[in-house]
Design a protein around this ligand. Structure first.
Ligand SMILES: C[S@@+](CC[C@H](N)C(=O)[O-])C[C@H]1O[C@@H](n2cnc3c(N)ncnc32)[C@H](O)[C@@H]1O
Length: 257
């Protein structure tokens, strides 16, 4: 276990810095529950997300519009990094798990900012826009219907109907139908649940371009043990190894096929 004293100190510090600090989830059946703790080396390290103008503008705009994203500043920065890291790779950009469109808006803005490209990459957005599907008891801690306080209309009002955006409305994996020939340079996967994440890995992985990035938003969160299980199971027999990072995300670089 981490030091409860240090964790309380850190929680107070993070809350003061504007982070949303939640009490720990009750996870009784997870064997490595003790590995979930506040991350801190005690040393000052570079926090580029706190001074990133794109992220500051995005968060301010979302607040002004009375909406929000579940992706905090630090994870938004990883998403921006993943976009830039894959910028020279031809291919589509996918987001599975859009909710109110916060991280999708970030992706759209990054695409528009790349003015020197001949044509913008396709941005495909997958969500039911009616909340989570059935969850698996014992694997998932969320509830069916959670995140239903959104709609396709609301997200389209936020992002617009740019020609390069393809809204794939409905249930994953059905909404992957017809996309078998895709080549993907960046997949942002934020589905929170075991089966949704497993289905997504199954379809997306083999369509990733060499050097492309799969960024899993929810890998290390104690609220999403099912997502982590799905990712660990999927990559157990693959050459790539998910890199868990202190933001709670995991990153996979697709090795050349
Ligand atoms: C955590 S939210 C996404 C947060 C979002 N990236 C943001 O910027 O706030 C998870 C989303 O995944 C969607 N989702 C989960 N499983 C799904 C499935 N099988 N099919 C379609 N949507 C799914 C939910 O509807 C929900 O909107």
């Amino acid at each position: 276990m981490g030091s409860p004293k240090l964790d309380r100190h850190l929680a107070a510090y993070l809350a003061e810095a504007g982070y949303l600090v939640r009490p720990p989830y009750e996870i009784r059946e997870m064997p490595d529950r003790d590995a979930y703790k506040f991350y801190a080396s005690g040393l000052p390290v570079y926090h580029p997300w706190q001074i990133d103008a794109d992220i500051a503008t995005l968060m301010a705009d979302l607040a002004k519009l009375g909406t929000m994203t579940l992706v905090d500043w630090d994870r938004m920065w990883t998403l921006k990094w993943a976009f830039l890291q894959t910028a020279s790779i031809p291919g589509e950009i996918w987001e599975a798990g859009v909710y109110r469109g916060g991280s999708a808006l970030m992706l759209k803005r990054l695409i528009l900012a790349m003015r020197d490209q001949p044509s913008p990459p396709r941005l495909r957005l997958f969500d039911s826009f009616e909340g989570l599907p059935a969850v698996q008891a014992g694997l998932d801690l969320h509830e069916q219907g959670q995140f239903s306080d959104t709609s396709l209309d609301a997200v389209q009002r936020l992002l617009g109907e740019e020609r390069f955006i393809d809204y794939r409305v409905g249930w994953i994996p059905t909404t992957f139908d017809g996309l078998g020939g895709s080549s993907i340079r960046l997949a942002h996967i934020d589905l929170d649940l075991y089966k949704s994440t497993a289905d997504c890995c199954e379809f997306v992985y083999s369509r990733m371009a060499a050097g492309g990035v799969m960024l899993f938003d929810d890998y290390g969160f104690e609220s999403c043990p099912g997502a982590r299980k799905a990712i660990d199971e999927f990559f157990a027999d693959k050459p790539e190894c998910p890199l868990a990072i202190p933001t709670g995300q995991a990153v996979v670089f697709r090795i050349a096929r």
